[in-house]
Write a new protein. Structure first.
Lengths: 333, 333
DNA sequence: ATGAAAGCGCTAACAG
DNA sequence: CTGTTAGCGCTTTCAT
């Protein structure tokens, strides 16, 4: 039942060199004579030696493992980001410890402490409520961290996103130009900075530029789920909205189908525009117009940035803003 | 830049006990006098001591970390399974190292070796082509493994699934009873055991029970993507199929929309039934009829089974088969 | 109930 | 270019 049969010591003995030398060839240290390197390599091959990453981690204080905290694995927005993270992590030979936070503050704290105990070399964090408590936990990790597709209202933490304010403003302008006067704003919790400090700001800016009144009754705060959106159909009609900006694609799909099933014609009688351009936008009928953002890239760039931070490389800008766009499909006129 | 400031040694000194005692209280060993336990606890609190999991792992040969290999993070089928795995892992205090395989055989081998190096205590594997090579790698891990929502044609590895053959047979019978004579079979690669050895078998069984001929021209092998399904619309009409069983929900959504956009009325002129009952089935219009399966539970039960295996607990059946169902929605008559 | 001591498998100075 | 020697921080016998 030995997990580890052959160790670096066995290789050293068999190859008649010191373990330091074995360590050197394993780690690609150039200070080894080709002949002995080959000899060691042969023995490694013959014994089928595999370095123990845990021992390595303890000795070197580097685990080549990063932590990724994700609010919801089953939400396409996050899983697309994760894919970008994963690809780049692989490229740089880092393993990922996945930690689900369920957008729950206590759990976020817990998982971060947990990642710290595991001595991760860095953390990619997705989530939009960075409390002071969390900031402390993150500090204790003594490891670099970057926010992926998430914002830090205090702009202290390195992050990669798009310009959410401008994106929402653009989306709103589109709706306003088409003559909509009562446009609903539908997103997740306003406790999330991205909703409260960015999207809502964009919403209000567009309104005020168009000299339209801001009506709190048009603001819907719910959770990011299809069901939640579907359930909103009646309320949306009750407030006489003729369009909606929605902060999540599944939520938007729910709004769209809820409305359609209630006999509302989208986009003729009601326009909807969503935020993340995930695959859901193509699957619904009508297809959903959306803000577009390079999700995979946001994840990939986050991870790349993290590697730089972990290597103490020179960083240009700690907050990288990627370009967004607007894609008109069928849910808007 | 010290990652670890306070160690067990510091606590021992400060509490005037040996590190062995500190270790005992940290690990909940009952052989500690309540008074000294309290003293140690106080010092731990005061110094904000956090055990280093890496050192622990090296000393105890247990990392409380498991590896999860997943073909595609962005596919709902797998992410739903992962959610179940994750929840139970948390419950038993295991961390998850996530390893994407991209349904690529070489990558599977590589990630398994990687997980082995990291000394994971167990592995949950999703994927349906267990080659001999992979089996060897898995063996070398010296860690228990369970297949989640995946099959091992050789039935050697512990796994949790539904009865795929029966499920597909049921789905086919439904289609056949409605009078369909030419039913397409649309799935991913036939190299995958689940497609070749299970689903296809169910398809053929249903056909033969109904005395319908098996026509290889009705079998479509593609990848699990919306685009792939969408692109199949013409081919499906060319072979004069009037219905299709589809092995993946996104793929099915593609088939459905492709057909609809080509002017085919679903379900009036063409029925489709899919396999995984993920959220996509509710979002498409018409909604998709589907085999139902307890995805979250499959993941959860897999993880639970793995914990038992890791603790050398007595296991009843190494292959657990969960119930499936059939849900009629609007894509079938 | 508690302590001493020997590792776990590897890296990293430091010599030579 | 290679070997020696300490640890890394913790668990785990084995004594006491």
């Amino acid at each position: 039942m030995d997990k580890q049969t052959v160790t670096i010591y066995d290789v050293a003995r068999e190859a008649a060199v010191s373990m330091a030398t074995v360590s050197r060839v394993v780690n690609g240290n150039p200070n080894v004579k080709p002949a002995t390197r080959q000899k060691v390599l042969d023995v490694i091959d013959q014994l089928d030696y595999r370095p123990n990453a845990v021992a390595r981690g303890l000795a070197s204080k580097k685990t080549t493992t990063i932590g990724v905290v994700i609010p919801d694995l089953t939400n396409s927005y996050f899983s697309e980001l994760a894919r970008g993270i994963d690809d780049v992590a692989l490229m740089y030979k880092y393993n990922i410890i996945l930690a689900s936070s369920d957008e729950n503050h206590d759990k976020e704290l817990q998982v971060v402490d947990n990642l710290t105990a595991k001595q991760v070399d860095g953390i990619i964090f997705m989530g939009n409520q960075i409390s002071d408590e969390l900031r402390e936990s993150l500090d204790r990790a003594h490891a670099p961290i970057v926010l992926a597709g998430s914002v830090d209202e205090q702009r202290q933490l390195p992050s990669v996103n798009i310009d959410y304010v401008a994106a929402v403003t653009d989306a709103m302008n589109r709706l306003i130009q088409r003559g909509n006067k009562r446009i609903a704003f539908v997103t997740g919790s306003m406790d999330e900075s991205i909703n409260h400090d960015y999207r809502l700001k964009g919403y209000q800016q567009a309104l005020s530029s168009a000299r339209l009144n801001y009506d709190a009754g048009l603001v819907f705060q719910t959770d990011y789920s299809y069901r939640a959106g579907y359930a909103l159909a009646q309320a949306l009609q009750d407030v006489k909205a003729t369009a909606a900006y929605v902060g999540d694609d599944e939520l938007a799909a729910g709004v769209l189908n809820g409305l359609t099933d209630a006999g509302v014609d989208v986009p003729a009688d009601f326009e909807v525009i969503t935020s993340n351009d995930t695959r859901f936008t193509e699957i619904t009928r009508p297809r959903m117009s959306s803000i577009t953002q390079p999700l995979y890239d946001i994840g990939a760039v986050s991870m790349r940035l993290l590697t730089k931070l972990m290597n103490n490389e020179e960083i240009g800008e700690r907050t990288v803003v990627l370009p967004y766009g607007l894609k008109k499909r069928q849910s808007t006129k």
